[in-house]
Design a protein around this ligand. Structure first.
Ligand SMILES: [Zn+2]
Length: 154
């Protein structure tokens, strides 16, 4: 899936979780950071074009180890050494990224190192993804609109 789709989806997940939990606003930074982070294993992603990610890209294929639950957990736990909310936010962003990629035709090796791939029917960058993106964008506009409406009028 494209960078923009991951961002709008993570935002929706964050807002929905904020309804249930009292999440500090800065945690959103961790959510967005991690959702963008997962695709550094491919050269033509938003941040993957940085030279310092090249060695990592030689080591792992796109949608390889980095696109797995075990890495989501390990990296989140590492962040948890410094901040628990950061750990939570990082995992939420990471998981939402993996969840979306599971719907793509090329799929994700969610349980890496197992070879098994979780696959869907959406082609990355296709019109189906465009529709998903627009829908998620509207949900965000609706939620953000609601938050500001209540902040102004209550
Ligand atoms: Zn991905």
């Amino acid at each position: 899936m494209l960078f923009r789709t991951h961002i709008v989806f993570s935002l929706v997940v964050y807002f929905l979780l904020s309804y249930i939990l009292e999440i500090p606003f800065w945690v959103l930074g961790f959510v967005l950071l991690s959702t963008a982070f997962v695709d550094i294993d491919i050269k033509n992603s938003k941040f993957g074009n940085q030279w310092y990610f090249r060695p990592l890209q030689w080591m792992t294929k796109h949608r390889g180890a980095l696109h797995s639950l075990i890495f989501a957990l390990l990296l989140s736990l590492f962040i948890g050494i410094f901040t628990l909310w950061g750990c939570f936010g990082f995992f939420v962003g990471y998981f939402s990224h993996l969840f979306l990629d599971c719907w793509t035709k090329s799929g994700v090796r969610l349980f890496w190192p197992l070879k098994f791939r979780v696959k869907g029917f959406v082609k990355s960058g296709s019109w189906v993804e465009d529709i998903i993106f627009v829908l998620l964008l509207f949900i965000n506009i609706f939620i953000i609109g609601k938050i500001f409406y209540f902040q102004i009028f209550i």
